[in-house]
Ligand binder design. Structure first.
Ligand code: PBG
Length: 325
């Protein structure tokens, strides 16, 4: 029975009714805010390609953590800018490494903030790749040991959740084993399970100073043309012990978010990455799109596709918008 009996517009007439029948909700508690921690004190340097995002020293990171809780955002994910880099990325697992310092400070001063540590070597290696390099190749198995060491260092500092983003095969199993062996069997792992070799990470590489010095990441991150492969990556990571899985980037991969949501029963995160953020900011600055509306629509679309959690540089702004109604 169709028109004129069926009139979908009936349910769209008033804001109250639209809200009552809305299928997807958005709340500050869905958001995870990425933070870039750098050395120094009182440092708050805006990232050129990501207006409104900053590299923050540890003290400023703490201030940011407090603000997140005030806004209702429960969690932050930390990225580190070490004072120096080397071939192996030893700053990643140093006891007093930059992320470890930030975790300790946050857990001390803002204990209610849920602190996630991104686990990767590319911010710490002088060649900018996510693992050990030999003869122009990123080595898989020899990298696992470094990742495992880093996970334990982050756990010792007090991280609440470890989030490996390197895309080495077997890293979740290696990290799980190391955490269990170190007395951290209670600590969950959020794996960047389906992480594509995406050009949308461009601005992040300025933010984290992590651009590869030769080649690209296509020999370890996924080909954006592949969807079935994402299912295999997710299945493997869950088998290896991932508690939460992630799809990244978000908007270019909404189909992947949906497929993973439908096929697996673990919590699912999606990362609205730097390029997604910067494109919206740039278009809005030019007056080409409405900033607030596009932010909310993009986040709603990611949730509608099936993400439980959204990592987004708009976490604070979107929470303010939600509060304002
Ligand atoms: C580290 C890492 C990257 C991002 C998150 N973790 C960069 C990369 O893989 O090149 C990208 C995040 C963003 O673009 O916002 N491997």
């Amino acid at each position: 029975m169709a028109f004129p009996v069926q009139r979908p517009r009936r349910l769209r007439r008033t804001p109250v009714l639209r809200k009552m029948v809305r299928e997807t909700d958005l709340s500050p508690s869905d958001f995870i805010y990425p933070l870039f921690v750098c050395p120094g004190r009182g440092v708050r340097t805006e990232i050129q390609a990501m207006p409104g995002c900053y590299r923050l020293s540890v003290d400023e990171t703490v201030a940011e953590g407090q603000e997140l809780l005030t806004l209702g955002v429960p969690a932050a994910i930390l990225f580190g800018l070490p004072p120096s880099k080397d071939a192996e990325g030893s700053g990643a697992w140093a006891e007093d490494g930059i992320v470890q310092q930030a975790v300790r400070a946050l857990k001390k001063s803002v204990p209610d903030l849920f602190v996630i540590t991104d686990l990767c070597l590319c911010e710490y290696t002088d060649h900018g790749h996510c693992g050990r390099v030999d003869g122009g190749e990123v080595l898989n198995d020899p990298t696992l040991e470094l990742l495992a060491r880093t996970a334990v260092a982050q756990a010792r500092a007090g991280a609440d959740l470890i989030a490996p983003s390197d895309m080495m095969d077997g890293r979740v199993a290696a990290i799980r084993k190391a955490l269990d062996g170190g007395g951290f069997s209670h600590l969950p792992i959020l794996s960047y399970a389906a992480k594509y070799a995406s050009a949308f990470y461009g601005p992040f590489r300025e933010a984290a100073d992590s651009a590869p010095q030769f080649g690209d990441r296509r020999a370890y991150q996924m080909d954006p043309a592949n969807a079935r492969e994402a299912m295999r990556e997710v299945a493997l990571d869950i088998e290896e012990g991932a508690d939460i899985v992630m799809v990244k980037p978000a908007m270019p991969c909404l189909d992947i978010v949906r497929r993973v949501r439908d096929a697996f029963d673990v919590p699912l995160a999606a990362y609205q990455v730097s390029g997604e953020y910067s494109m919206i900011v740039a278009a809005a600055r030019n007056g080409w799109v409405n900033r607030n509306l596009v932010i909310m629509e993009s986040l709603t679309a990611i949730r509608r596709a099936g993400a439980d959690l959204v990592l987004t540089y708009f976490a604070k702004e979107a929470s303010r918008l939600l509060k304002a109604g």
